[in-house]
Design a protein around this ligand. Structure first.
Ligand SMILES: [Zn+2]
Length: 580
């Protein structure tokens, strides 16, 4: 094999016109040279591998060129240009501040600046990774930067502009380099492949330009790597997957389909296959998020251009996007994001990801279930069976139609008379704070603000406080699941039962209002679940006693959460836990 020159070096641009995607900078520089308004200090900022050092070198060569072209480009033919191209020019000094960042290094440079160039007009000093200079080195440099000799030009380059001290920033003309778009990188790679006589697959070039993340130099390195170690004369998609250890997007298409189909077995098997191939759980979940994002982008013609893939892959995305409802994608993105955030805290990473996948699947199938339900006419619901409710009973409008299963309950389970009598005030205390609340209730006046009119007595099932609490909590959790956190927090408190009346005390009138607003739905739920239309809710407001100070962290949090319900939202969003 003939000696292989690294593409990044071989194809490094030698004139401004060949610099990829930075025309805003090259044009400004050329104009400054043309008008003789060149600054003495430049700061080139931008991500790695986008052409900062290349531009600095071309600038140095151009201003020393003896025969500038019409387009203000170096001629690459004169003695000065030749010495630049062979790296033997004495008019260019490069200092890599990443490895030479001491005061001594800078002092040496400053001493050199004192000597005027023997040949050519300018001496150019390029300081790479200038943010790595120590603060004393910065200070030693400042004086020279402030009053440089007329022949000296400083080009400072950095990937981290925010680390440059203001005194330096204010003395430089600042240029911000762009991240290079994947299309531009792909174009460049294709041009090089053609010049080198290397056949390639469109997909392969595209994958490299995606993986380079805006850095042309990285793209060229990957290109060289694949050409050197790949299967042969051709650059293939499979070669790149193998060499860079990238997960094939086909896996994402497959697993998304399984999620939408609710095919649990397939999901787990595909995931297992991915792990068997040696891929990381975390990379997988991040990749899956990107896949969902791509599908979401496909949903709208306006955002379609954000999808940076080849045409064949674009069609695949479009096809899958038509099957994936937006609400599924949003929920799946949310779940994937949660999984990503909590990943490092999870002990069983694999299970953590699997749970996330199951949740996604459940959401997908739930959506499809509701879709099909919508299609069924509402008349299809089973009408209320007459044998359970006697016609003489007044129907409560809030009471929902009894479900089939509950109507099948034998009426003789308990005779109504016993049932009614068996409901006694329950004294079981479950939450600890109940005592405190009672005390407050006794000491301060309770002002019942609203009561619901008593219903006429009907045959009802008896229930215990435990049963009530079970359904009460179930309802509260439904609210929580629906994201109604303030409503949830209001229900998530101690309740008292007197006969069939549930007593709730509030210290905050707003909370009382919220509960009153939700009362009808809550009552309907409880009456149906407990088969008792006598159930009622009474709320009352008590004045909060100032002496009652929350003591434990949990009490403090509950106290604050009650006062400021958005705290619960915050707690949920950030997945915080109260430290007991
Ligand atoms: Zn020249």
């Amino acid at each position: 094999m003939e000696s292989f020159v690294v593409s990044a070096r071989k194809y490094r641009p030698t004139i401004f016109a060949n610099v990829v995607s930075q025309t805003h900078i090259t044009t400004t520089l050329k104009n400054a040279i043309k008008n003789n308004q060149l600054a003495q200090a430049f700061l080139f900022c931008g991500p790695r591998g986008v052409g900062k050092t290349t531009c600095a070198r071309i600038l140095a060569k151009t201003i020393n060129c003896q025969q500038l072209t019409q387009e203000i480009e170096p001629c690459n033919a004169c003695a000065s240009c030749k010495s630049f191209n062979s790296n033997s020019s004495l008019n260019i000094h490069e200092l890599d501040a990443a490895s030479n960042n001491s005061v001594e290094d800078i002092r040496q440079l400053v001493t050199q600046v004192r000597y005027a160039p023997q040949v050519g007009k300018y001496k150019v000093y390029i300081i790479d990774e200038v943010h790595m200079l120590s603060s004393t080195a910065f200070n030693a440099f400042l004086k020279t930067l402030e009053e440089p000799p007329s022949y000296a030009i400083f080009i400072l380059a950095t990937t981290e502009k925010h680390k440059i001290i203001p005194t330096i920033l204010s003395r430089c003309q600042i240029f911000d380099f762009n991240r290079i778009q994947p299309q531009a990188i792909a174009q460049q790679l294709k041009a090089i492949a053609q010049q080198e006589g290397i056949a390639y697959e469109e997909e392969a070039i595209h994958l490299i330009s995606q993986k380079a993340d805006g850095a042309l130099r990285d793209a060229l390195s990957i290109f060289d790597l694949i050409v050197t170690f790949g299967s042969g004369k051709k650059l293939t998609y499979q070669d790149i997957l193998d060499n860079l250890h990238i997960l094939d997007y086909d896996y994402y298409f497959k697993i998304t389909q399984a999620l939408l189909d609710g095919n649990r077995a397939d999901i787990l098997l595909i995931y297992n296959e991915i792990l068997d191939a040696g891929f990381d759980d975390h990379d997988f979940i991040v990749g899956l998020s990107e896949h969902f994002r791509s599908l979401m982008v496909c949903k709208d013609a306006a955002t379609l251009k954000l999808l940076e893939v080849t045409d064949t892959v674009r069609d695949k995305y479009k096809a899958q996007a038509t099957h994936a409802p937006l609400s599924f994608l949003l929920e799946a993105l949310h779940l994937a994001n949660q999984c990503d955030i909590h990943y490092k805290y999870s002990k069983n990473k694999r299970l953590h990801v699997e749970i996330t996948l199951m949740k996604m699947m459940q959401h997908g199938t739930h959506l499809q279930a509701t879709e099909t339900k919508k299609k069924v006419s509402p008349k299809a619901h089973q009408p209320l069976s007459k044998d359970t409710q006697s016609a003489a009973q007044p129907h409560d409008k809030i009471v929902p139609l009894a479900k089939q299963e509950s109507s099948k309950k034998p009426i003789t389970q308990e005779t109504p008379s016993i049932a009614r009598n068996s409901i006694l005030p329950v004294t079981t205390k479950i939450p600890q704070l109940e005592h405190l609340k009672k005390d407050i209730g006794n000491e301060t006046t309770i002002e019942p603000t609203q009561t619901v009119a008593q219903e006429s007595v009907a045959t009802k099932q008896s229930f215990t406080k435990e049963e009530l609490l079970k359904h009460w909590k179930a309802y509260a959790h439904q609210l929580k699941a629906a994201g109604k956190l303030s409503e949830y927090s209001i229900l998530n408190q101690t309740i008292e039962l007197e006969g069939t009346t549930i007593l709730l005390t509030f210290t905050n009138p707003v909370q009382q209002d919220v509960l009153e607003g939700n009362k009808a739905a809550l009552l309907a739920f409880l009456r149906e679940k407990l088969q008792n239309t006598n159930i009622d809710i009474k709320t009352s407001l008590v004045k909060e006693e100032h002496s009652k100070v929350p003591y434990t962290a949990k009490e403090k949090f509950d106290y604050l959460a009650k006062k400021y319900p958005p705290l619960l939202v915050l707690q949920k969003r950030l997945a915080l836990e109260v430290d007991y």
